[in-house]
Write a protein that binds this ligand. Structure first.
Ligand code: AMP
Length: 316
């Protein structure tokens, strides 16, 4: 069951793409799947907390798409409908190596001249996720969410290539960076991942998480290092959204724990993030969110800890 809003509860705002995706993998295809970084993130985080995605959509984003979000208790108040516009569109394909998406097309559409105007509830969030989108927009939203005690950021090669200086400025304003390992290397021009994480931490963020696809994820903090494999799955159909559902599970869990980012809580959050990502890749786009329950998630979380023998994950 999705979380419902309770008085006094923490809240989580996310800015990122809200999209239609055309996806091809060796196991099938979708021509028009609901996607976007903010969408995957919000649906995954909805199992832990109240979440508010911020972003524009066009006329092609209809009641069916809003309904998917609302069914999961995701607030749609800050989704702005741009009259006459078209929703962000991404098209990508994966070969047998499902770790690497080949982008075939990216159409920014309504994101081209989007100026985020956040509702009071979104501005007053406790945790903020700047999901993958133009870094100028990420910074704009960061500036509006003054009360946020933890701000985290994701990005990708597209923005590193096109808007590197802006992205570096945004990184200087956040507490946590979650990026693919290849993109951390690309951003820092540093082939060694430990050094690359150190370079990003020297820019300001206290926490760096390197996402490593089917190999898992690694956490770098001042005092600690924690590496987690991916949950062993026999069926993977579509990796789209794995990174964002990982982030949604991780930040959603942190939010449900009062926003604490000590090493012990972060390690548990890593396991929850990986658990959410493992469900996501079993079906195309965000289809696996349908019918998923918090009990399913907790059951796999416990199994995951058992089979990986993670003694270092404290109870809680
Ligand atoms: P991931 O979790 O990394 O697989 O991200 C998947 C989502 O990223 C897809 O649903 C796409 O709509 C979205 N996406 C792809 N390229 C971009 C981009 N350049 N900016 C923002 N979002 C993107």
């Amino acid at each position: 069951m999705p979380c419902t809003s309770l008085p006094g509860r923490m809240s989580l705002t996310v800015v990122g793409s809200i999209a239609f995706d055309a996806i091809q993998t060796p196991f099938g295809e979708r021509r028009r799947a609901l996607g976007g970084s903010a969408t995957h993130f919000s649906l995954a985080a909805s199992f832990f907390t109240e979440v508010r995605p911020v972003g524009p959509v066009g006329d092609d984003f209809g009641p069916a798409e809003y309904e998917v979000l609302r069914r999961h208790g995701v607030s749609t108040d800050d989704i702005e409908h741009v009259e006459g516009g078209r929703t962000f569109f991404w098209s990508g394909e994966y070969a047998w190596d499902l770790n690497t998406a080949k982008t075939l097309d990216t159409q920014l559409n309504v994101f081209g001249d989007f100026e985020p105007k956040l509702s009071e509830a979104s501005r007053n969030c406790d945790l903020l996720f700047l999901a993958n989108i133009q870094p100028d927009l990420q910074r704009d939203v960061r500036a509006q969410c003054r009360r946020a005690q933890v701000a985290a950021l994701d990005s990708m090669n597209f923005w590193i290539e096109k808007t590197r200086d802006s992205l570096l400025q945004t990184i200087g304003l956040v507490d946590m960076v979650l990026m693919n390992d290849a993109e951390l290397r690309m951003l820092t021009e540093e082939p060694n991942l430990v050094k690359a994480a150190g370079t990003v931490r020297a820019m300001g963020p206290r926490v760096v998480i390197a996402k490593q696809g089917e190999y898992g994820a690694a956490l770098f903090t001042e005092d600690g290092f924690f590496a987690l494999p991916a949950y062993p799955l026999e069926t993977v159909r579509d990796p789209t959204g794995a990174g964002d559902s990982f982030a949604g599970g991780l930040l959603g869990y942190l939010d449900s724990q009062g926003g604490s980012i000590d090493d012990a809580t972060l390690r548990r959050a890593m396991v929850y993030g990986s658990t959410l990502a493992s469900f996501w890749v079993e079906e195309f786009g965000c289809e696996r969110a349908e019918g998923l329950t918090r009990d399913d998630i907790d059951e796999r979380y416990e199994h995951f800890k058992r089979i990986t023998a993670i003694e270092s994950v404290p109870a809680g």
